[in-house]
Design a protein around this ligand. Structure first.
Ligand code: ZN
Ligand code: ZN
Length: 402
C-alpha cells in the first residue's frame, strides 16, 4: 500500500479506508481516482448534485406539438404542454456522475398559460451518503408554427400525382388504392423521423384523381407503386415554379399515371379476331387473359401491349349464375339464357365443370358465354399456375413486367 493514497490531496488529512471500498476496486493501483481521492469533507465541499439551467425556453408548434431543438423541429410525442415541460427538464438537467440510485420527482405548477414552474426533487447516494436536492426550473413556452405545419397551412406541394386511365376513368378500386398508397408511404416516412413528408391534398377530377404531395420523392414512389400493382405507364414532367431565396430554380414535378384500358375481370371483344371474347387476367406488360369460348390462353402482342384494339363487353362481376341444361359434346353445352330462360347452346370452355348444376354466364353484345367461377377450388386445380383458368378478383398478378 502506498502512503500517498492515505492522505487527502486537497487538505492533507488522512483519508480513512472507506467501507464501500471493498476488495479489488480499492486496491487497484491503476485506478487514477484512487490516487487523487479527496477526503469526504473536501469532496462534499465541492460536490454539486444537480446542474440545472435558470430557466428553459421552449418553442412548441401549436399545431402539431413538435418542439424546436438545436436548429430543427422534433416530434416528441407529447400529449400536452406539461408533458413537453417534463421532457425539456429531463433533457436539460444533469446529475453528478458519481451519484448512484438517482431518482427524481417533478411537480409542475402552471403559473400562466405559457409558464410552468417545475419543482423537481432529486435523491441519490454518493460515498455511502444519501444526497437530495430540490431545484425549481421555470419553463417558458413559446407557441409557434413549425415549418411543416406552415407548409400544410399554405397548401405547399412539390409534386402532383395524376391517376388517369386509358379510354376510361379509373375504377374506385384504383383510386382508393392510390389514396391508401399515398398515406402509407407518408406514414412510413414519418415513422423514420422524416418531418417533410405529407399529403397536401387529394382531389377528384372528371377523369381521375390528383394527389398533391410535399416532395417529389413521395410522388415518384406513389406513381411507381400504382404501375407496379395495376400496370400502365408513368410519365413525369417538371414545371419551373419559382426561385428560392438563394436563386435556385424550384421545380414541381407532375407524375402522370396512365392505367391500362382494361383491368383484370373485364371481358373484351378483340377487333379482327373471331376466336371469341377474352376474360382479362393481367394488364401488366402485354394484356393477358383467357378465351371464354375455349379457355385457351390469350396474350396480346408486344406492339399491342396492354391496349389491343378491342371493345369491352362487360365484367366478371356482371355474370349471372344460370342452370346447366345438358352437356352436348366437348365443344358445346346448353344453359338457360338468364333473361329469356330459353335453353341455349353455347361454347364449352375447358374450365367448364361437367358436374356443375349452375355456372356463371355473361350475356353481352357478343352473345352468351360461360365464365370461370370466381372462387377457385384449390383442391381441384391440377395446375395452380397462370393456366388455372380462374380469375381471382382479390389478387393482382404478381408477375410484373413493367
Ligand atoms: Zn480533504
Ligand atoms: Zn407543427
Amino acid at each position: 500500500m502506498s502512503e500517498s493514497r492515505a492522505f487527502c490531496p486537497r487538505c492533507g488529512d488522512p483519508v480513512p479506508e472507506r467501507s464501500s471500498d471493498q476488495g479489488e476496486e480499492a486496491a487497484d493501483p491503476l485506478r487514477p481516482s484512487a490516487e487523487v481521492e479527496l477526503c469526504d469533507s473536501c469532496y462534499f465541499d465541492e460536490f454539486d448534485f444537480v446542474d440545472a439551467p435558470e430557466r428553459i425556453d421552449v418553442r412548441v408548434c401549436s399545431q402539431c406539438g413538435a418542439v424546436h431543438r438545436g436548429n430543427r423541429w422534433v416530434d416528441v410525442g407529447a400529449r400536452d404542454y406539461t408533458d413537453i415541460a417534463i421532457e425539456e427538464v429531463s433533457e436539460a438537467v444533469a446529475v453528478h456522475v458519481d451519484v448512484a440510485d438517482v431518482a427524481w420527482q417533478v411537480e409542475p405548477e402552471q403559473v400562466d398559460e405559457n409558464t410552468i414552474r417545475m419543482h423537481t426533487y432529486f435523491t441519490g447516494v454518493v460515498r455511502d451518503t444519501p444526497v437530495e436536492e430540490e431545484v425549481t426550473v421555470p419553463v417558458k413556452i413559446a407557441r409557434q408554427t413549425c415549418e411543416r405545419c406552415g407548409r400544410i397551412a399554405g397548401d405547399y406541394y412539390a409534386s402532383i400525382v395524376q391517376i388517369r386511365a386509358e379510354g376510361r376513368t379509373p375504377t374506385s378500386e384504383e383510386t382508393d388504392r392510390a389514396e391508401e398508397i399515398a398515406h402509407d408511404i407518408v406514414a412510413d416516412m414519418e415513422a423514420t423521423g422524416d418531418r417533410n413528408a405529407f399529403v397536401t391534398e387529394i382531389g377528384e377530377t372528371d377523369d381521375g384523381l390528383n394527389i398533391k404531395l410535399s416532395t417529389n420523392k413521395i410522388g415518384k414512389k406513389i406513381a411507381n407503386k400504382m404501375v407496379e400493382e395495376f400496370g400502365g405507364t408513368v410519365n413525369d414532367a417538371e414545371t419551373l415554379v419559382t426561385e428560392d431565396e438563394d436563386g435556385n430554380e424550384v421545380y414541381r414535378v407532375t407524375f402522370a399515371v396512365r392505367l391500362p384500358p382494361y383491368t383484370p375481370g373485364d371481358v373484351i371483344d378483340l377487333a379482327d379476331d373471331d376466336e371469341g371474347p377474352v376474360l382479362v387476367r393481367s394488364a401488366h406488360g402485354n394484356l393477358k387473359g383467357i378465351r371464354v369460348t375455349t379457355g385457351e390462353r390469350y396474350e396480346a402482342s408486344h406492339d399491342e401491349g396492354a391496349s389491343p384494339d378491342a371493345r369491352k363487353l362487360g365484367e366478371h362481376d356482371d355474370a349471372e349464375r344460370t342452370t346447366v341444361v345438358t352437356v352436348e359434346d366437348e365443344n358445346a353445352v346448353q344453359v338457360l339464357d338468364p333473361e329469356t330462360y330459353q335453353a341455349t347452346t353455347v361454347a364449352r370452355p375447358d374450365y367448364f365443370d361437367p358436374d356443375a348444376e349452375t355456372v356463371p354466364v355473361l350475356k353481352s353484345r357478343a352473345g352468351l358465354h360461360v365464365l370461370p367461377d370466381p372462387e377457385p377450388d384449390a383442391d381441384e386445380d391440377e395446375d395452380k399456375d397462370e393456366d388455372d383458368g380462374y380469375y381471382d378478383p382479390y389478387e393482382h398478378d404478381p408477375n410484373t413486367d413493367v
